[in-house]
Structures are given as structure tokens and as C-alpha cells.
Write a protein that binds this ligand. Structure first.
Ligand SMILES: [Zn+2]
Length: 272
């Protein structure tokens, strides 16, 4: 069953909710935005959530306000980082609440994963094909997000985030739930040998198919699933979306499909 359930929000936005986690913990809000229901135009049409892609910042802020409201948060809770396709995990506390919501200047610097155990913080990361990974520990009540393109996958950011939750909150991997959200699928993500070499160097042995062209179709969802299992998360506790951002142009931005474009947002946090 698809883990990310399409939902029309009260304010008209279309989102994809991590329904099973929200049912387990009614204060938890977790999901992935679509491109539908915003005010951006042109290549950012319409719910672009990122400030770094040359869209009108006033439009982006309207879009962010709408998504925060749909997700059940004050806009002041929106907390994000400058993503750099690296492996650094930022531990987000109350003092960080709201960083980056209105300006890149205040964003958490150079981080591709965010974790928190504080209620009232909406962690947000941005996507146009890369893989959003969600983490939830119901025992210590902590949560996180990791942004994994091929570079982040090869740097094992999925595992770095598990380790950061262990170190910061005492999370036991066997208690953790993980979910891999909408992202470019093996149907659409063709890469060259260099990328395969990076996966092998990261200790990953499967998750690609050779093509007659000498190139490969890469399965980033499977590669990140392997990393999560290697870090001790139970296979039964991992959910994987089958929604491909490149296949579904009406719902999603896709950098691979469209070139420069807008960004969707993944979010997780506890409503107050
Ligand atoms: Zn596809």
C-alpha cells in the first residue's frame, strides 16, 4: 500500500501525507507537498517552496505560509537549512525554531538532514527528484528528515541521520520507523558509471540495472533502504513511496525532466 496518501487540504493544497505515522501519533504531522495550490508562475507553477531557485521570494513566502497552515503549524515553526548534497545532520532545538523561513540568510548552514525532539517545530527540506527520508522514534519521541540525491546516498546520509538520533536522543534503531518519500524512480533515473562507482565505494551492492547504452537505471529508494537496514532499522519498519516525481508532471516538479524548476517540501514535526 502506498505510504504517502494524496490529500486535498482545507486551503486547497494537494499534499501527500504519511498517513500511518499520523494515525499512530495524532500530534505528528508529516508529508510531502505537490506543485499544486500555490501562487508561483512559469517554471515554478505553482507551489514552489524554495528560495534558492530564482522564483519571486514574495510568491515563495505565500506558498510556505499555505503549506505551514495545511500542515497544522504557525509559519514561525517553519525551520530549514541550506542544502548542499552533503552528509551533515543538524540537531534542531527551540533556539533554531523558524530559521530560514523568510530568508536564506538565517537558514541553518550546510545541512542535508534535520532532527528534533521539540514540539512546535516544522522541519522542512526541499526536493525536485532527490529522495526525502523521514524518521520517527515513538519511544523517545524524536523525528528527522534527510535529503538524499545520489551524492547524499553515496555519503550514507540516511545512516548518518540514524547515528545522530542515537547520539542526541538515545534512539534505538530497532525502535525507529523510516519512510522514503516521492522521488525519481528507477523508471526514470539514468546515470553513468561514475555514480555506480560511488555507490560501490559506499558499501552498496545492488540497486541498479545496466542498460544496452552502457548507462544504468539507478534505484535510489532501494539503495537508501539498504543503508537504513545496515544501520539497524527493521525492514518491516521501512515504508517506500512508489510515486515517481519524473513520471507525474501534473503533481511534481522534476529537475531531471524539466531542468531549472521549483521545489517540493518534505516536512515533519509535532503540532502543539
Ligand atoms: Zn518515473
Amino acid at each position: 500500500m502506498e505510504a504517502f496518501v494524496r490529500q486535498e487540504e482545507e486551503n486547497g493544497l494537494i499534499t501527500f501525507r504519511l498517513a500511518s505515522w499520523q494515525q499512530r501519533d495524532p500530534k505528528l504531522s508529516a508529508g510531502f507537498s505537490s506543485r499544486l495550490g500555490g501562487v508561483s508562475r512559469g517554471r515554478w507553477d505553482s507551489l514552489n517552496c524554495a528560495l534558492h531557485v530564482e522564483d519571486d521570494p514574495e510568491h515563495v513566502l505565500v506558498n510556505r505560509h499555505r503549506l505551514a497552515a495545511a500542515a497544522g503549524f504557525d509559519f514561525a515553526a517553519w525551520t530549514c537549512a541550506e542544502q548542499v548534497h552533503g552528509k551533515r545532520v543538524a540537531v534542531v532545538g527551540t533556539a533554531d525554531r523558524g530559521r530560514g523561513r523568510s530568508s536564506r540568510d538565517t537558514a541553518i548552514p550546510e545541512a542535508d538532514a534535520l532532527i528534533t525532539d521539540e514540539p512546535g517545530i516544522m522541519l522542512v527540506t526541499f526536493y525536485a527528484d532527490c529522495v526525502p527520508i523521514y524518521y520517527y522514534d515513538p519511544v523517545v519521541r524524536a523525528a528527522g528528515l534527510a535529503h538524499a540525491g545520489w551524492r547524499g546516498t553515496a555519503q550514507r546520509i540516511a545512516g548518518e541521520t540514524v547515528q545522530a538520533m542515537r547520539a542526541s536522543y538515545g534512539s534505538k534503531p530497532e525502535n525507529l520507523y523510516a519512510a522514503i518519500g516521492p522521488s525519481i524512480g528507477p523508471c526514470c533515473y539514468e546515470v553513468d558509471e561514475r555514480v555506480i562507482g560511488a555507490m560501490e565505494a559506499a558499501g552498496l551492492t545492488a540497486g541498479w540495472t545496466a542498460q544496452d547504452s552502457g548507462r544504468y537505471m539507478l534505484n535510489l529508494q532501494e539503495l537508501n533502504r539498504q543503508i537504513l537496514i545496515q544501520e539497524g532499522i527493521l525492514p518491516d519498519n521501512i515504508e517506500i513511496s512508489t510515486r515517481c516525481t519524473s513520471c507525474h508532471a501534473a503533481d511534481f516538479f522534476s529537475h531531471r525532466r524539466d531542468g531549472p524548476t521549483g521545489r517540493m517540501a518534505s516536512w515533519i514535526g509535532w503540532k502543539r
